[in-house]
Design a protein around this ligand. Structure first.
Ligand code: IPE
Ligand code: IPE
Ligand code: MG
Length: 256
């Protein structure tokens, strides 16, 4: 249940120990382990994705209640097209199912939907579902629920470099004027400013890798790895991850 990186053998935390004045503003989650959750139950992998969708609903409300400003969820990577077509097709139908049932709750919680990734490469019905959810929640002013859908960190950097190179070739920008800020503002997280970079990155299922997620933006994120499979991830697990985050000493290269 608790992170592998939590070396002390703590069996449980009292979640009231979370400091409300130190909630990470941007939490990003690599939601992993849906397939294993299903396989453990002798179910098809897609059953894990369906259950994982219910976890997204629960965790969105928990994060919003805790005061998180941006929750970025890795839902489909640019590499996930390699999976069997039946599984990919199921995943492409999930946004429609999710938003059809959940948008009223999102509006009630004042949560605004955003999507980053290569949306134009998704099937039309997926694009439609996503665009409708963005429009339906456009007036919400609370937490941003940011789905990474057909997203890849390297592809994102390639696109940013192309945009910048185009400006240079048009003489709108000189090479020595390219700064970190130029790159920040060319990435898909630019409009999340001032919360473009995650404070806390969580990966579930015990895997300890980044899998092409937010490569530039996680330069100084705190990483927490949870052994929970995503469908089992709960409000308590989220609070445990935040508790671990609050034990860290973020120095950003300086001294504290
Ligand atoms: C995460 O669960 C969901 C997606 C990547 C779409 P997985 O489908 O990767 O589950 P495992 O890792 O095979 O258990
Ligand atoms: C990362 O999980 C992508 C998402 C959670 C959407 P994967 O299951 O695709 O990653 P790998 O293959 O284990 O690295
Ligand atoms: Mg996986």
């Amino acid at each position: 249940m608790f992170s592998k990186s939590n070396k002390e053998d703590k069996n449980t935390i009292d979640t009231t120990q979370i400091l409300n004045d130190n909630i990470p503003k941007h939490v990003a989650i690599i939601m992993d382990g849906n397939g294993r959750w299903a396989q453990k139950r002798h179910l098809p992998r897609i059953a894990g994705h369906r259950e994982g969708m219910n976890t997204v609903k629960k965790i969105t409300i928990s994060a919003s209640n805790l005061g998180v400003k941006v929750l970025t969820l890795y839902a489909f990577s640019t590499e996930n097209w390699k999976r069997p077509s039946g599984e990919v097709s199921f995943l492409m139908h999930l946004p429609g199912d999710f938003f059809d049932t959940f948008v009223p709750d999102l509006i009630k919680a004042n949560v605004k939907v955003k999507v980053m990734g290569y949306i134009d490469q998704l099937p039309d019905f997926t694009q439609k579902a996503v665009k409708k959810a963005i429009a339906d929640t456009a007036k919400c002013t609370g937490m941003i629920l940011n789905f990474a859908l057909n997203y890849g960190g390297r592809a994102e950097i390639v696109t940013a470099v192309q945009k910048i190179a185009e400006k240079v070739s048009q003489n709108d920008l000189k090479p020595d004027e390219i700064s970190e800020e130029t790159i920040n503002s060319s990435l898909m997280t630019a409009d999340l400013k001032p919360f473009s970079d995650p404070d806390l990155l969580i990966r579930t299922s015990g895997e300890e890798r980044i899998s092409n997620f937010l490569l530039w933006q996680i330069a100084y994120s705190e990483l927490v790895f949870s052994d929970q499979l995503w469908p089992d991830f709960s409000d308590t697990t989220l609070k445990d991850c935040i508790y671990q985050y609050q034990q860290r000493n973020r120095r950003f290269g300086g001294l504290k």
